[in-house]
Design a protein around this ligand. Structure first.
Ligand code: PMP
Length: 395
């Protein structure tokens, strides 16, 4: 039996002998169709990307409208580009917490790099605290803070001064000191297998950061844009982060990311902008137009309300002696089984029967459920029927 990592790379290389190497032709809303015309219910949304569904008409219109005007101008903010300005304004208002300065980039990893550079510039400190089983991206800075030794091993030396602590354990706060530039934490842990913070945990973390003058960076790249029952997951935590990183669901299917902070903090990158962060395509006008349309859809249709109702239905229907836990919040749900072999068989059964699910990078005994926010009750019922049948077949 191939290991999870071999399967992952096989998928990336698109080998034809692996069952996941299907050729997809078209996607719309909650569905994807393969080249044989077979329809699949998408239960993963490209891992929190297609939050408002595939090819939302308002996003498609925004992209077309922008392509007809211009696609790319210059890099260093030489010209005002209205898609970027409009997006920054609406997004900073949506974030709240005085996160009124946004730096637009291309991806989640780049948002993390920017956030780490900003924390160094603002505090003058060099150390970071990150978490066991955290995922923050694949570039060298992001790799340094991800919480899995196997992923880091081949790339040493990575950034010095990084310490990983256990998530949800306040006893570990002793490692956060006056040398800590920032604590960087996913608001809901993603690749660990959808682990929400305990009640009051992030608030206690905020207090600890304040005590030692460290910044609190929240990674909302996977949890943001409506997935957990609020527009951003930190909105239900009664805390104000110093920096927030965004990407994935931000662009409604287009590549874009951002790091946001209060003006006072972001100003430290502006002293000499050339020495701040330079990115040729960051905040690409076409992606920015798509991101603005996507944000408006989530807000106007209050799509962030849907995951909490949907979660209840998933929990009601996902009952089986082999399911030991359905974990997570909203539409970040992990179905805990016992072995990777079983997870793999269930994924394959689901695929055969028109349902797309997935595993997690750092938890290979859970099944990932993160559907578009617009999934209907009937689609949830159909998907759960197939998942439960799939588990039955493995017995
Ligand atoms: N942070 C989190 C929480 C993520 O889930 C991811 C992507 N899975 C990233 C950062 C990195 O984003 P990207 O793949 O766009 O670089």
């Amino acid at each position: 039996m191939a290991s999870i990592k071999q399967l992952f790379f096989a998928n990336l290389a698109q080998t034809t002998d692996f069952p996941l190497a299907l050729e997809m032709e078209r996607a719309e809303g909650v569905h994807i169709w393969d080249t044989n015309g077979k329809a699949y219910i998408d239960l993963i949304s490209g891992i929190s990307v297609s939050n408002i569904g595939h090819r939302h008409p308002k996003v498609v219109d925004a992209i077309k409208g922008q392509v007809d005007k211009y696609m790319h101008l210059l890099v260093y903010g030489e010209f005002i580009q209205s898609p970027q300005v409009l997006l920054a304004n609406e997004l900073s208002q949506a974030l709240g917490s005085n996160l009124d300065n946004l730096f637009l980039v291309n991806s989640g990893s780049e948002a993390i790099e920017g956030a780490m550079k900003l924390a160094k510039r603002y505090t003058g400190r060099r150390e970071f605290i990150a978490f066991d089983k955290a995922y923050h991206g694949s570039t060298q800075g992001a790799l340094s803070i991800i919480g899995d030794e196997e992923f880091r091993r081949g790339y040493r030396p990575l950034l010095p001064g990084i310490r990983h602590i256990q998530f949800n354990d306040t006893a570990e706060f002793q490692h956060i000191t006056e040398n800590t530039a920032a604590v960087i934490v996913e608001t809901v842990q993603g690749e660990a297998g959808y682990i929400p913070p305990h009640a009051g945990y992030l608030k206690a973390l905020r207090e600890k950061c304040d005590e030692v003058g460290a910044l609190l960076i929240l990674d909302e790249i996977q949890a943001g844009f409506g997935r957990t029952g609020s527009l951003f997951a930190f909105h239900t935590e009664d805390i104000h982060p110093d920096i927030v990183t965004l990407a994935k669901g931000m662009g409604g299917g287009m590549p874009i990311g951002a790091f946001a902070s209060r003006k006072e903090i972001m100003d430290s990158l502006k002293e000499n902008p050339i020495l701040g962060h330079i990115t040729t395509f960051g905040g690409h006008p076409v992606s920015a137009a798509a991101a603005l349309a996507s944000l408006q859809v989530i807000q106007e249709e209050e799509l962030w309300k849907r995951p909490l109702e949907g979660e209840k239905l998933f929990r009601e229907l996902l009952v089986h002696p082999l399911i030991t836990e359905v974990r997570g919040r909203g539409f970040m749900l992990a179905v805990q089984l016992d072995t990777f072999e079983r997870v793999q068989k269930v994924i394959e059964y689901c695929l055969e029967h028109g349902v797309i699910t997935d595993w997690f990078l750092f938890n290979d005994t859970s099944l990932r459920l993160s559907p578009p926010l617009i999934i209907t009750d009937d689609e949830i019922r159909r998907a759960c029927e197939v998942i439960v049948e799939g588990i039955d077949r493995t017995v």
